[in-house]
Design a protein around this ligand. Structure first.
Ligand code: SF4
Length: 357
């Protein structure tokens, strides 16, 4: 992923496979409030190719979900502003679409899975019927064909006795089964892009691993690009090929997962890695990042991480760092980038440069 490259791709053979499927360019997003303007996104850049799975990580309040909701255009109209930036999907700016146009994109081309399926599934409609309705709303198929397809999808999600489960109401399913049903619904129209916002956070660890493995397998089979939003770098390490780390409305580090996790270049990424429980011996105390994510009503000047950064210099509080890119290209052709003054290449040979990726 970049503060420019996370996930890139396309559907038809005629389209260039290296062109981004989704490209968020310099996105600024604000919420005017009674107390002032909350600057939720501060120039976010992301890119995602077809078939790639990228993680968007960071603490709560860093702007991950707002980014996802902006892509889906699910933020309440009239309650936010986009002073700058574009959200290109297959080259078209989604911000220029009206609501009717977005309805044609949602579900059919871009789907979303939320953390708590009960907020997305209608409790009064049987699960199979709900999936069938999504299929019928985007495809010209009969009710019986859509119903059969819904049962097939539940079976693909490894739900045993799928026909019976299709006839149940959401509250009659376990958390794992509900989340699998949500994935089945999200994939029912073969979207190009799936945005999964903390899709397994509410599940226990074993079910979480099963659901994530299934999600990955199904998306790889269909060449569906996935933007996986999570606060858990362990999940990203297991599922994603690319990662972008967000802090206080900015993407602060991006690149191939192996490279970023092995050699984090932004102090925030390094601090997040320190908080992964699996990295500690059980006698050690779990580490936390001191302080908290700043209010985006009055964000700190310069580097927004500077009040919490052990490496902060006076300049960090004055000037916002640009993204510096590694001069070497990682496996797969992507580059590692981070927005930190520590990477400024004063003598031209430290291996990082301020330029386009
Ligand atoms: Fe820390 Fe400065 Fe780098 Fe920000 S720019 S992460 S404050 S060293």
């Amino acid at each position: 992923m970049s503060t420019a490259a996370a996930v890139r791709g396309t559907r038809s053979a005629a389209e260039d496979q290296n062109q981004p499927l989704l490209e968020v360019q310099g996105l600024h997003l604000e919420f005017p409030t009674y107390w002032g303007v909350t600057r939720a996104l501060n120039g976010v850049d992301l890119a995602l190719r077809r078939g790639e799975i990228a993680g968007l990580v960071g603490e709560s309040g860093c702007g991950k979900s707002v980014t996802a909701m902006a892509v889906m255009r699910l933020l309440p109209e009239g309650h936010y502003r986009v002073p700058q930036g574009r959200i290109l999907f297959r080259g078209e700016d989604l911000l220029a679409r009206d609501e009717q146009g977005m309805q044609r994109i949602r579900g059919q081309h871009i789907s979303m899975i939320f953390q708590e399926p009960m907020t997305s599934l209608n409790p009064t409609i049987r699960v199979g019927r709900q999936i069938a309705e999504v299929i019928q709303s985007h495809q010209d198929v009969t009710r019986s064909a859509a119903t059969a397809r819904a049962a097939d999808l539940l079976r693909e999600m490894r739900i045993p006795d799928a026909e019976r489960v299709a006839g149940l109401y959401p509250h009659e399913l376990s958390g794992g089964m509900r989340q699998r049903s949500m994935i089945a619904m999200a994939l029912s129209c073969e979207p190009d892009l799936l945005i999964a916002d903390e899709p397994t956070t509410a599940l226990d660890v074993t079910v979480q691993a099963q659901v994530l493995a299934l999600l990955k397998q199904k998306c790889v089979e269909r060449r569906t690009a996935v933007l996986l939003i999570t606060h858990d770098l362990g999940v990203v390490a297991n599922v994603c090929r690319q990662v972008a780390v967000m802090y206080a409305g900015n993407v602060v580090e991006t690149g191939p997962v192996d490279e970023v996790l092995a050699s984090p270049r932004h102090p925030y990424t390094a601090a997040l890695l320190e908080t992964i429980p699996e990295r500690f011996h059980r006698d050690e105390r779990l580490r936390v990042i001191p302080g908290s994510v700043p209010s985006l009503l009055h964000p700190p000047p310069g580097c927004r991480f500077h009040p919490r950064c052990a490496a902060a210099a006076p300049r960090c509080a004055r000037e916002r760092p640009p993204v510096f890119w590694s001069t070497s290209v990682c496996a797969g052709g992507d580059r590692h980038g981070a927005a930190c003054w520590l990477l400024e290449d004063r003598d031209g040979n430290c291996g990082w440069e301020e330029c386009s990726p």
